[in-house]
Design a protein around this ligand. Structure first.
Ligand SMILES: *Cc1c(COP(=O)(O)O)cnc(C)c1O
Ligand code: SF4
Length: 475
């Protein structure tokens, strides 16, 4: 199969102006040559890699690039998983997944594309499997301070599904479905269908709710930046993309808009083959440009494996239409919490013209304690990543302050005790006078501190002590 069909023709080479310089002395290289591994971010997975999955062994490229085929063949249940991967997995793994699916607070949905990126010879360690397929054997107990919607998005919502936290920007959640469901979703209070563990609040696509959101935005002149997320903007029909886009572009106060979708990472096929959606979206971008308003795409890659030649082809199509794309990553243990992986992710994103924007320290989400890392891990990674590439392609590492403080630079804590794992943040421009606490996962603390967390009196003492010490520092 020729993969060249999805790859744009290479640009023509330009003649060297003024010709080559006259033969000169050999150049002395002062920097040591880079190791081949340092350039591995350029080597994107190509060819019909999906044919290694038994159920897809006869699937040709045209079929695999069809977004309808991807959506229709997404895996939502263990029996469908078995039907797809067949003898690639052991009976033990399947039993583990069956129990994991049952206990998970989040629905399961994985695209055939994502399923094909998993290394099935080692599914326990594979970063894609870790993010999408829950295994009962890997569940760790939740931190005692953890509950659903720790970001308090509902508390800051004047209309269901519209969160107005920061002065000049708002988060609009037009619907509650996604092309895939991530185990670690911070909106597991709303996104996906009810599971055995969690009953969700409803944020269905709904005319009346949308109109109330528009009315609220129009009534607040200070609002100029609207994030359209979800759920996921991929799930909006072409006509809905244009309705939302044009309604907001028509408001004089709205200057900027971002459509947020994980789609580019988990189903780039849609950018390549859903022309109705792609055209509707780019019409909004182009109309915005004429009105001198900024309309961009925000996406969500977590691991360099998620970027293939198919992704690159999708990005090339967006880039040629002048669409600016930014990325938000969630920092996760065993997925991207080491220097080599995070650096490779950042460089590979830049390589396909996606701008790394944020890396989030994992939110306090129920049922995914195995995925969280400490604030200290974020600080260490930031130190190593900065300097490896352009400053504008270097992400900011943030903590989305539990309790609704908004995103804070991970370094900006007022106080951080690595022994108890408590960090204290303030957000003077968002909620002045309040302090916001983040808790490192217990499994990274000493057994002494873990024991303190399981004692209610000790818990209170650790928290009060952290707040008191933070108060000495706050300016
Ligand atoms: C993330 C977020 C925004 C956008 O914040 P930026 O830092 O500008 O990306 C707006 N509103 C809410 C509620 C958010 O969580
Ligand atoms: S795509 Fe985004 S909103 Fe949807 S489940 Fe994943 S993290 Fe949550």
């Amino acid at each position: 199969m020729a993969t060249s069909s999805i790859v744009s023709p290479s640009p023509v080479s330009l003649p060297v102006l003024g010709g080559a310089p006259a033969a000169a002395e050999a150049i002395v290289h002062k920097k040591a040559p880079v190791a081949a591994e340092a350039l591995a971010y350029k080597n994107l997975q190509s060819g019909p890699f999906w044919q290694a999955i038994p159920a897809y062994k006869d699937v040709d490229e045209t079929t695999f690039l069809d977004h309808n085929w991807q959506a229709k063949h997404s895996i939502t249940r263990v029996d469908k998983l078995l039907a797809a991967v067949q003898d690639l997995v052991s009976p033990e793994f399947l039993r583990d997944a069956e129990e994991g699916f049952k206990r998970a607070p989040m629905s399961v949905r994985v695209s055939p594309y994502m399923l094909s990126l998993i290394d099935w010879s080692n599914p326990y360690e594979d970063p894609t499997r870790i993010q999408f397929l829950p295994l009962a054997s890997q569940v760790l107990g939740d931190h005692p301070m953890l509950h659903l919607d720790t970001l308090h998005e509902q508390e800051d919502a004047p209309v269901a599904g519209l969160t107005h936290r920061y002065t000049d920007k708002a988060l609009f959640l037009p619907l509650d479905t996604c092309p895939v469901y991530c185990r670690f979703c911070t909106r597991s209070y709303a996104v996906g269908v009810d599971t055995e563990e969690v009953e969700k609040i409803s944020l269905k696509a709904n005319d009346d709710r949308w109109k109330r959101a528009y009315q609220y935005i129009a009534e607040r002149p200070e609002l100029e930046d609207i994030v359209i997320s979800g759920g996921d903007a991929y799930q909006l029909r072409a006509a809905q993309i244009e309705e939302i886009g044009n309604t907001l572009l028509d408001m004089p106060n709205v200057r900027r808009m971002r459509f947020a979708t994980k789609g580019l990472a988990v189903m780039p096929q849609k950018i390549l083959t859903d022309n109705a959606w792609f055209d509707a979206f780019t019409r909004v971008v182009e109309r915005g440009r004429k009105l001198h308003k900024d309309v961009v795409l925000h996406t969500h890659f977590n691991h360099p494996n998620e970027i293939t030649e198919i992704t690159q082809a999708a990005m090339n199509r967006l880039f040629e239409r002048g669409v600016y794309v930014r990325n938000q990553t969630v920092l996760q243990r065993r997925v991207n919490d080491d220097v080599a992986t995070m650096t490779k992710l950042v460089k590979r994103l830049a390589h396909i013209n996606v701008h790394p924007y944020y890396v989030y320290v994992h939110d306090l989400v129920k049922g995914v304690e195995d995925l969280r890392t400490s604030v200290d891990t974020a600080l260490m990674l930031e130190k190593h990543v900065r300097g490896t590439t352009a400053g504008f392609n270097t992400p900011m590492f943030v903590v989305d302050a539990p309790g609704g403080g908004g995103k804070r630079d991970a370094h900006s804590y007022e106080y951080y005790d690595r022994e108890t794992g408590i960090s204290v943040y303030t957000a003077p421009s968002v909620k002045p006078g309040q302090h916001f606490l983040y808790f490192d996962p217990l499994h990274q603390l000493s057994t002494f501190s873990q024991r303190r967390w399981h004692d209610e009196g000790e818990r209170e003492r650790m928290i009060n002590d952290a707040i008191a010490k933070a108060k000495q520092h706050i300016r």
